[in-house]
Design a protein around this ligand. Structure first.
Ligand code: ZN
Length: 330
């Protein structure tokens, strides 16, 4: 079995995945081990064909190790995918499509495509639970009106206005994980169901003085806050939101220094990528590379999808199985 901890640098990745056969062999090994499973019907009786593909003895479909994965139908050598995946895993601030273009010798369009597919693997888990001490805050991403020409400015966009800015809501368990997402608006009615889903009842929550957090105590949380409006940033040593603000600072640094700008449509994927990076910050690049690899080969059984009766169901199902989300949006 392949030992991912041996990938300590990009050179070791290039050396190991030096031809297409090794790449395919590794994909099949990580995906199935010894026991190949048909991605169409989920049965185990599959035979290897002379051309390296597989044939299911049950449903008679032919398939390859990339069927049903992010690599399906790719014309790009798998080696380039793996190099790009290593680059993304090892750079703390992420990589731009220009960087992938140069390092993998592909066009910028291809690099952009690879990055988006890889980013789609990072979907956050619906069942994450934050507990004990949880800080929460909102952030607004978008052009500053003061930087724009007078004719292009929009009236009334200061502070929490979402006319030109996209709001992002984030929560962090102290010493633990972050959950963050793009939200329609930052009204209490929008945020409270999100808090209820991710934060365990009875936890202590820390926020600023914004009225949107007024209902936290009613909803079963202890609620402590600092008054940023009065320049109060820490009270009694532990009442503050420095943890989640640290995440915002990191997120903004990446957006402005690596990507320069991000489109609203893809914003959630950039958020997911940085949440993943934050939540695995103690791990090595080789750990992240292995994790990404395993997420990439996680296939869905077509039979599951066939049992769903409507398009809405299929989209919901694919969204849930995050590694396939891109199929419904790409
Ligand atoms: Zn089958």
């Amino acid at each position: 079995m392949i030992d991912f901890s041996s990938f300590k640098s990009i050179v070791s990745v290039i050396k190991h995945f030096n031809n297409e056969d090794i790449c395919k062999q590794t994909l099949a090994e990580v995906r199935w081990g010894e026991d190949v499973v048909c991605p169409h019907c989920g049965k185990h009786h599959c035979a290897r064909r002379a051309d390296g593909r597989f044939r299911c003895n049950q449903c008679k479909h032919n398939f390859s190790c990339t069927t049903g994965t992010v690599f399906e139908n790719t014309k790009l050598p798998l080696q380039k995918w793996f190099i790009a995946m290593y680059l993304i895993s090892s750079h703390k601030k992420g990589v731009s499509s220009l960087q992938v273009m140069r390092d993998c010798e592909v066009t910028q369009k291809t690099a952009w495509f690879i990055l988006h597919k890889v980013r789609s693997l990072y979907g956050q888990n619906d069942s994450t639970v934050l507990s004990n001490e949880v800080e929460m805050d909102e952030m607004y991403l978008g052009g500053r009106e003061t930087n724009k020409h007078e004719s292009k400015r929009t009236e009334g966009t200061q502070g929490r206005s979402t006319k030109t800015k996209t709001p992002i809501f984030g929560m962090v368990e102290r010493g633990g994980n972050v959950v963050a997402m793009k939200v329609e608006n930052t009204k209490g009615a929008t945020l409270m169901p999100i808090v209820s889903q991710f934060v365990e009842n009875g936890s202590t929550t820390y926020t600023d003085e914004a009225s949107i957090y007024n209902k936290l105590s009613e909803n079963g949380y202890e609620h402590l806050f600092v008054n940023h409006g009065k320049r109060e940033y820490v009270r009694a040593n532990d009442i503050h939101t420095n943890g989640i603000e640290g995440f915002w600072a990191h997120f903004k640094r990446v957006v402005f220094s690596t990507y320069h700008c991000v489109s609203k449509d893809y914003l959630q994927r950039y958020i997911d990528e940085q949440v993943y990076r934050w939540n695995t910050r103690e791990e090595s690049a080789s750990f992240r590379f292995e994790d990404m690899f395993r997420k990439a080969v996680k296939s869905f059984v077509y039979a599951d999808v066939l049992s769903l009766s409507s398009v809405v169901d299929v989209v919901a199902w694919k969204t849930k199985h995050d590694s396939y989300y891109w199929k419904s949006v790409a």
